[in-house]
Design a protein around this ligand. Structure first.
Ligand SMILES: [Zn+2]
Length: 281
């Protein structure tokens, strides 16, 4: 499952390649699962729309689409004619990939969507296991707050009075969107907070440390090109991800890099959770 840094990397890669390009054709596979909008509807709506921007929202990839008015007069006039025309919303699921390719590149097995672009290239959605989703939406902002931009005060307020563990709270997409298991464990390790602590019982100082640590690990991973342990490829179709040095994640029994105490693993809310019993209070 790609986590926030991987999705950010992919969204940025796709944005660099297709921003400003227009969709001229749309093809979809006959499988039903990948599509959250009927394919007939998408095939009718997409051609003619311009891709204004591609960005990450939580763990989704959002392509903002705009209708372009009939070409007439000055460029400024034309810009006024552009209207938001919804968004193409992609969730990569377990094995989904977005590829920007030349049309002569053979289709990968399990290709579910191919958007022909005015530049001559194609934007393809490939997903062998079909847990990924693609569809048309409008005004998508995601369910929770954005971990990379939320303020310290707003971050602290998210957890006030909550009895669930801080680890489960970090994974709750209604609070913060896009934080997955790796970055929850790693940010708690760096903040020195035990994952089992009740979210509402943490001090403001601890929450400030966690706010900083979470942004830091996410930004480090984005810089490293994501850190998925799975077999992911970036928007070019090449392997783009490297495993960052995890302090605790999947290092059960190994010495904590700070104090040498063996890393412990517990299951919390059904998720594997790793921490140093000495550094994390
Ligand atoms: Zn330690």
């Amino acid at each position: 499952m790609p986590e926030l840094p991987e999705v950010e990397t992919i969204a940025n890669g796709v944005d660099r390649r297709v921003r400003g390009d227009s969709i001229v054709s749309a093809w979809f596979s006959s499988y039903r699962e990948p599509f959250t909008t009927p394919v007939d509807e998408m095939a009718a709506a997409l051609p003619g729309l311009r891709i204004a921007r591609v960005r990450r929202v939580g763990k989704h990839i959002v392509a903002d689409l705009e209708a372009t008015g009939p070409a007439r007069g000055a460029r400024a006039k034309a810009r006024e004619e552009q209207q938001a025309a919804g968004q193409l919303l992609v969730h990569l699921g377990m094995t989904g990939r977005l590829l920007v390719t030349a049309p002569e590149v053979p289709w990968a097995p399990h290709t579910h969507a191919v958007l022909g672009l005015a530049s001559g290239r194609e934007l393809r959605f490939v997903d062998p296991r079909r847990f990924g989703r693609i569809g048309l939406v409008a005004g998508f902002t995601g369910p929770g707050s954005e971990p990379l931009t939320i303020s310290k005060d707003d971050f602290a307020a998210l957890f006030r009075g909550r009895k669930l563990s801080i680890k489960s709270a970090l994974l709750n997409q209604k609070l913060l969107h896009g934080v997955g298991n790796i970055y929850a464990d790693e940010s708690l390790a760096r903040a020195g907070i035990r994952p089992t602590r009740a979210a509402g019982r943490l001090t403001r100082e601890q929450l400030d440390r966690l706010h900083k640590a979470l942004r830091l690990v996410l930004q480090q991973a984005i810089r490293a090109g994501g850190s998925s342990v799975s077999d992911y490829v970036d928007a070019d179709g090449e392997k783009g991800f490297f495993q960052i040095r995890h302090r605790v994640y999947q290092r059960t029994g190994e010495p904590c890099p700070v104090c040498g105490t063996p890393i412990r693993r517990v299951v919390l809310g059904g998720r594997s959770t790793h921490f140093c019993p000495s550094c994390q209070k």
